[in-house]
Write a protein of this length. Structure first.
Length: 146
């Protein structure tokens, strides 16, 4: 007999087990990577949100201390094109000593600050990214109705 029949697998269950474990392991690996990416994104988002809120809080603290130069230094470059004197009268009217910076909500774009008289302003605090860092500064404000 010149050609013998190829050997048959005696235990077909082993092959099935290897196949199931391979597919299951691959699925588990893909799931773990997806969860890790989601967690990294959530951590990054929370970090940026914390930085935005901290910038708003520091700005309000500078105003409460009437440190106009410190508050002016926290403004973005576009806002610093005008002198600090252009902003001081408005800042003094805010009564920042008892102002409360509100946590940034899910849909909020700007940081709300509740003033002593119950009115609110919103600070525009954009994220500025360079090749090395991510920073924030106050780049405007507006009155919030309601």
């Amino acid at each position: 007999m010149p050609f013998a029949a190829p050997p048959t697998e005696r235990n077909g269950g082993r092959f099935a087990l290897k196949l199931v474990l391979g597919i299951g392991g691959g699925t588990a690996l893909v799931t773990a990577v997806a969860i890790a990416l989601f967690m990294a994104f959530a951590t990054f988002t929370n970090s940026v949100t914390d930085q935005i809120e901290a910038t708003a809080g520091d700005f309000v603290a500078e105003l409460a201390d009437e440190d106009w130069d410190g508050a002016y230094a926290m403004l973005c470059a576009e806002m610093r094109d005008r002198p600090a004197e252009d902003y001081i009268a408005e800042w003094e009217s805010w009564d920042a000593a008892t102002a409360e910076v509100q946590p940034l909500g899910y849909n909020d774009l700007d940081v709300r600050v509740r003033l002593a008289d119950g009115s609110q302003i919103a600070l525009v605090v954009p994220v500025e990214q360079t090749a090395q860092t991510i920073g924030t500064s106050v780049c405007g404000w507006y009155d919030v109705e309601g």
